[in-house]
Design a protein. Structure first.
Length: 145
């Protein structure tokens, strides 16, 4: 039924041959669907995307005229546009840009260098502590004597 209604508006004869339903039945169904308010008509995802694409280059006046012609509110069209934009934008936002990746790699390298330096300093301090304990074990009175 949705294929008979805007935005697809497929020819009744072509749809009749495709699905094997008589032309009179399809005409009756279409007239019943067109008598319902536009809010009750269901738009498929593909039809919503086509509507967004078809109205993308139009100004506000043109979009409003298109919406009136197809029985749609401009606010619905805008909501579909935002949904499509969000759906397409999310994967790109999740990935880091080339510049961010380069900066992240540089920062990681700096942090690894700093960690290595601190590990070496800690090892040196531990070695000095062990040596001082050994020295105090060999010379119990102190190293000054």
């Amino acid at each position: 039924m949705a294929r008979l209604l805007p935005p697809e508006s497929l020819a009744i004869e072509a749809l009749s041959q495709e699905v094997g339903i008589s032309v009179t039945t399809l005409e009756r169904w279409r007239s019943e669907a067109l008598t319902r308010p536009a809010r009750e008509r269901a738009w498929s995802a593909a039809a919503r995307l086509e509507a967004v694409v078809a109205t993308a280059a139009l100004d506000k006046v043109g979009q409003n005229a298109w919406c009136r012609e197809h029985g749609l509110y401009p606010s619905e069209l805008e909501r579909w546009r935002q949904g499509a934009t969000e759906a397409l934008a999310e994967p790109g936002e999740a990935r880091a840009s080339h510049g961010e990746t380069r900066a992240d790699r540089k920062r990681i390298k700096e942090l690894e260098r700093e960690l290595l330096r601190k590990d070496k300093a800690l090892a040196e301090t531990a070695a000095l502590l062990v040596l001082s304990k050994k020295l105090s074990a060999i010379f119990p009175g102190g190293a000054d004597e």
